[in-house]
Design a protein around this ligand. Structure first.
Ligand code: NAP
Ligand code: MG
Length: 472
């Protein structure tokens, strides 16, 4: 893999001020494929200065022009689909087809949606004798994780740019190469120097320096709840805007009368996609006692279709997890599930047969999971599904709402009306009704400890705007 031994600051690739680098490892075979600079606080400062200097002119650029440039960025991303997919597969380990369709494809849709929103959004509104101006917040510090490494970058950078903000990005240390490709795309799209800046580096060093920087007006973070709560505290103390997209333990509620086979198959696919490394994954399946054993059997059969293997090989549906720490963490949770009395009906702890090299785990389904178990409460971030039993709808609501999280979820019922009635009772930011399709405009974000703020579509754009009212 080609990598820049440089940071992208003020429209150019610049060497970092220190010499430290981060090795990028292919999780499928544990080989080092590249190294990138580990940026320091001084590098972050240089990037924030560049973003600050670029802000006035970018904020004053007519939204229609910002829209054109976002359109050019979308076209750049689209034209480099193959390269982006290969890069994400190499540094994250997702199957190549998933990398093409999801990791490369979704960012094109999201960048396109913001090209359109920049052109059409009302950046001014009338309210009685007031005119309300919606103005960009300023310099944005974006900190992103590795699980959807390009999507999470575009879901922050595109709305920030559409709003008229400038950005400094600190991507995850595991997946910096696709972030470098993104920086190349911003340059090729013709974005003015300093509007987008990239500092690769370690979370506690570069990430922390970015969150703490006094000239960053808004911090947008996606990642773990543990780090997110610290970032929220830093931002709160400095009275700066903050958006947090954190963990989840979402419920897939299958109500009596639903198409059980469809609900279970889609549910298993949802959890195993991206090796279970999806914050919005429906990791708890809730099934009525009357059809519980049937659902367990269907899930066991569905899981058998996910054989872990080389993500570049044709037909592979499940790659490794991102790194050794994640592999050990996931295995720890699987062991814990067994200890606490859940019944593994697929998978289990340890490496899959024949895959001793690479960070592979066995796709695992647990039956007889009760709401108090660790595997029913904590985010595992691996291909592990817990199936819980409920007796009636009130109990299903109680179980579904019974974690600290509230990011996503699904409800399946005999018809949309009864599914919607149930969905209204859920404390969560998104619910898919009877297998509803992904919508890149739908607000995405959490209730409770799943986060603060929303991403995507017009709600995502609003995060990067502040209001000024003029009275007449
Ligand atoms: P993480 O530590 O929260 O990482 C997210 C981002 O924050 C990365 O860019 C990380 O940099 C950075 N970071 C880490 N410590 C920081 C600090 N003190 N100040 C500022 N930035 C900091 O998450 P992780 O370690 O990669 O994954 C751990 C767990 O988090 C997972 O098992 C999963 O449960 C959860 N997670 C959730 C999501 C989600 O989308 N909700 C995404 C990823 C992970 P580095 O890359 O250098 O650590
Ligand atoms: Mg980390």
């Amino acid at each position: 893999m080609t990598a820049h031994n440089a940071l992208y600051i003020d429209g150019e690739w610049r060497p970092a001020q220190g010499r430290e680098t981060i090795d990028v490892v292919n999780p499928a075979d544990e080989t080092v494929i590249a190294a990138v600079p580990a940026g320091s606080a001084a590098d972050v400062d240089a990037a924030v200065r560049a973003a600050r200097a670029a802000f006035p002119a970018w904020a004053a650029t007519p939204p229609a022009r910002r829209a054109e440039l976002l359109g050019a960025l979308r076209d750049q991303l689209r034209s480099r689909t193959g390269e982006i997919a290969a890069t994400v597969t190499a540094e994250l380990g997702s199957p190549l087809t998933v990398s093409e369709r999801v990791h490369a494809g979704v960012p094109v849709a999201v960048a396109g949606s913001y090209a359109e929103l920049a052109a059409t959004h009302a950046f001014e509104e009338k309210l009685g004798n007031s005119t309300v101006l919606l103005e960009p917040v300023g310099v944005v510090g974006a900190i992103t994780p590795w699980n959807y490494p390009l999507h999470q970058v575009v879901a922050k950078v595109a709305p920030a740019l559409a709003a008229g903000c400038t950005v400094v990005l600190k991507p995850a240390e595991d997946t910096p190469l696709v972030a470098q490709l993104f920086a190349e795309c911003t340059a090729a799209a013709g974005l003015p120097a300093g509007v987008f800046n990239l500092v690769t580096g370690l979370g506690p060093v570069a990430g922390q320096a970015l969150a703490e920087h006094p000239d960053v007006d808004l911090v947008s973070f996606t990642g773990s709840t543990a780090v997110g709560s610290r970032i929220g505290a830093i931002a709160g103390a400095a009275v700066k805007r903050v958006a947090l997209e954190l963990g989840g333990k979402s419920a897939n509620v299958i109500l009596p009368g639903a198409d059980l086979a469809k609900a279970v198959n889609v549910g298993v696919a949802n959890v195993f996609a991206n090796s279970g490394q999806t914050c919005s994954a429906w990791t708890r399946m809730l099934v009525h006692a009357d059809v519980y054993e049937e659902a367990v059997e269907l899930a066991t059969r569905a899981a058998a279709k996910y054989v872990p293997g080389d993500p570049t090989a044709e037909g592979t549906r499940l790659g490794p997890v991102v790194n050794a720490v994640q592999r050990d963490r996931v295995n720890g949770y699987i062991e814990r599930g067994v200890q606490e009395g859940a019944r593994p009906v697929a998978g289990g702890p340890g490496a899959p047969e024949g895959l001793e090299k690479g960070y592979y785990v066995r796709p695992t389904v647990f039956a007889d999971v009760t709401p108090g178990m660790t595997i029913a409460q904590e985010e595992i971030f691996g291909p592990v599904l817990s199936i819980l039993r409920y007796a009636d709808q009130d109990e299903a609501v109680e179980i579904a709402n019974g974690t600290v999280y509230g990011l996503a979820g699904a409800v399946w019922a005999a018809n949309d009306e009864s599914a919607v009635a149930f969905a209204r009772r859920l404390h969560t930011g998104q619910v898919d009704i009877n297998g509803g399709r992904f919508n890149p405009l739908a607000p995405f974000g959490g209730y409770k400890r799943s986060g603060v703020g929303r991403e995507l579509g017009p709600h995502g754009l609003a995060e990067y705007l502040q209001t000024k009212s003029l009275q007449f």
